[in-house]
Design a protein around this ligand. Structure first.
Ligand SMILES: Nc1nc2c(ncn2[C@@H]2O[C@H](COP(=O)(O)OP(=O)(O)OP(=O)(O)O)[C@@H](O)[C@H]2O)c(=O)[nH]1
Ligand SMILES: [K+]
Ligand SMILES: [Mg+2]
Length: 376
């Protein structure tokens, strides 16, 4: 079955059945099976029958814009919320903005420099409900969003907050999990031996051996070792089986706050991961940049050639959570490590200034590093 309308209809029937089914211990197994069936149909809708999962390279191709800079962020939202105006305000790259919907028809990249990092910002066409299922350019937009290190969901502050849910569920339908971390579940498929199910931590959200077996049955997994290292939902379990989900941080950018009242702003203010701005008036773009910086998890390391002052203008940007000196060296140049002797480190990670460190030493934001080579 590959006719999208037929798949959508089938999903509709299953979702209706789920809504009808009361949630309790007795129906838990049935709900697990239903969820797995729906997840399978949704990935078929996006990738075609037997297709690859949502995040994979060949699935629902994104716009052909090459990556540049230290990180990439994407502007996603309904038409005319002000994405293009925001791109222009942040990066200076002009992207046409106008009062009619679907002004932007392709992906427009811009670059902004912040704290020494080069951040690629992608303006994208507006999306509407049904985008993930293939409506309009939606799939291309969301596929491009899944290539970003951070997604800014741009919303019109004067429009209903329900728009936030719609955009989120479009991203969700494409396999993007915003502001979530990958569930700690290990699945090792085997050739024989049946299903092994282990709970490394107690499960309180619906998972148990039988639910696991039923979901695996839907996916025709009969031999595998499964270990749950975290308290997870059945949906998270299905996510891991489907594979290729993208776990991407996201900020909700409420634009056009110049058009709403202080009282309305106060209500919005209670939402997590939210930044109010005005793109046209350039209000609060500083806070937006700071929040973007926080979410991108970038660390700046200044290099200091021996006997010279550090290069504060061109920090080396590292993405790793706890980057070691070795990672720093490899980022600079692959040829450094073979001749590496030790490093002098100044900054937060150093116990004294400077500290003599080996390649395993973990660096922190704004450390200064001098590499000393071995004399051969
Ligand atoms: N009042 C107000 N209007 C804004 C603001 N930002 C954008 N606009 C207006 O909103 C309209 C749409 O802006 P665009 O930047 O084209 O919106 P878009 O999201 O890129 O729209 P599409 O490309 O069609 O999806 C334009 O008339 C802008 O001038 C803002 O901060 N305040
Ligand atoms: K517009
Ligand atoms: Mg636009």
């Amino acid at each position: 079955m590959s006719d999208p309308t037929a798949i959508e209809a089938k999903i509709g029937v299953l979702e209706a059945e789920m809504a009808r089914t009361q949630k309790n211990k007795a129906t838990n197994y049935h709900l697990g099976t239903l969820k797995a069936k729906i997840a399978k149909l949704k990935s078929e809708l996006i990738n075609g029958p037997g297709g690859k999962s949502a995040g994979s390279k060949d699935a629902g191709r994104g716009f052909d814009v090459s990556k540049s800079g230290d990180t990439r962020i994407g502007l996603v939202g309904f038409p005319s919320v002000g994405k293009s105006t925001l791109l222009t305000s942040l990066t200076g790259t002009r992207s046409e903005a106008a009062a009619y919907e679907f002004t932007t028809l392709t992906c427009i990249p811009g670059t902004m420099k912040y704290k020494g990092a080069r951040i690629q910002v992608l303006d994208l066409p507006g999306i509407i409900e049904g985008a993930a299922g293939g409506r309009g350019r939606g799939r291309q937009v969301i596929s491009t969003a899944s290539s970003c290190n951070l997604i800014l969901i741009v919303l019109d502050a004067a429009k209903p907050v329900t728009h936030k849910k719609i955009i989120e569920s479009e991203l969700f339908g494409f396999g993007i999990r915003v502001n979530q971390t990958a569930p700690k579940i290990k699945i090792v498929k085997k050739d024989a031996g049946g299903l092994g199910y282990q709970e490394a931590v107690p499960q309180t959200k619906g998972m148990n051996a039988e639910v696991c077996r039923l979901i695996c049955k839907e996916y025709k997994i009969s031999c595998a070792e499964i270990i749950l290292r975290q308290d997870v939902t059945t949906d998270q379990f299905i996510d891991v089986i489907e594979g290729n989900r993208s776990y991407i941080p996201c900020l909700y950018v409420f634009n056009k706050i110049d058009a709403i009242t202080i009282e309305e702003l106060d209500i919005l203010d209670q939402m997590p991961n939210y930044v109010p701005i005005s793109s046209t008036l350039k209000w609060n773009l500083d806070e937006l940049m700071e929040e973007v910086w926080d979410r991108c998890n970038m660390i700046r390391i200044y290099t200091k050639p021996q006997g010279q002052i550090p290069d504060y203008d061109g920090p080396v940007i590292l993405h790793a959570q706890n980057p070691s000196i070795e990672e720093f060296c490899n980022r600079l140049h692959k040829g450094i490590m073979p001749t590496f002797n030790f490093a002098w480190v100044w900054g937060k990670s150093a116990k004294h200034q400077p500290q003599r460190c080996g390649k395993e030493h973990i660096l922190e934001d704004e450390d200064i590093v001098t590499i000393v080579k071995r004399v051969c």
